[in-house]
Design a protein around this ligand. Structure first.
Ligand code: HEM
Length: 160
């Protein structure tokens, strides 16, 4: 279990480093401009992810892990409207994967600005995202593409 956890942490760290190395569009506040294309995301990605249904299962699994994760669950229980967050994340992740969906929620900076989120807490969500890939049986390559595209959002989310 320890080894699995360590390799997940390393995978998450690698993804974050790779993403940080990319200049690109995704480094901007992603949702403020309702950005619809992301670097490194081929047009076939949503289909490989299992389409809308695949994204829905993955987001449900992500929140299963987040709410069970004692490092961060209090933040979600205190600030979050979890149902709304799940619905908006389904929209956002479909859009990032190239789907014909427009994200209707707040920009990442507006949604997270008053919570004082740390990089450690952000990385906990990244780890939970990888666990969700396993639980949802999402093909690793496309899951990694999604998480790499989300990783630069860190600049808008981490404020402390
Ligand atoms: C790439 C990573 C993340 C993504 C894609 C993401 C996505 C979102 C989305 C779509 C919303 C809904 C915005 C709205 O209500 O209009 C949201 C809100 C929220 N997020 Fe995140 N988030 C991320 C990281 C985090 C982290 C690291 C935390 C805490 C550890 C966090 C905690 C919250 C909370 C508590 C809310 C609810 C805010 C409110 O209702 O006022 N998020 N996030």
């Amino acid at each position: 279990m320890k080894a699995i956890r360590l390799s997940l942490t390393l995978a998450a760290a690698t993804t974050l480093m790779l993403a940080a190395a990319q200049p690109a569009v995704a480094a901007q506040d992603p949702t403020g401009g309702k950005q619809t294309t992301y670097p490194g995301i081929p047009s076939s990605s949503l289909e490989k992810f299992g389409g809308e249904a695949g994204v829905a299962v993955w987001v449900d699994d992500l929140f299963y892990y987040i709410l069970a994760d004692n490092r961060i669950n209090q933040i979600f229980l205190t600030h979050g409207k979890v149902k709304r967050q799940i619905a908006l994340n389904k929209e956002l992740e479909q859009m990032v994967l190239g789907g014909p969906v427009t994200y209707e929620g707040a920009s990442m900076s507006a949604a997270h600005s008053d919570m004082g989120i740390t990089l450690t807490q952000f990385n906990a969500v990244v780890e939970d995202a990888y666990l969700a890939c396993d639980l949802a049986r999402t093909p690793y390559t496309v899951c990694n593409q999604l998480i790499a595209a989300l990783a630069p959002f860190e600049r808008s989310i981490v404020t402390r």
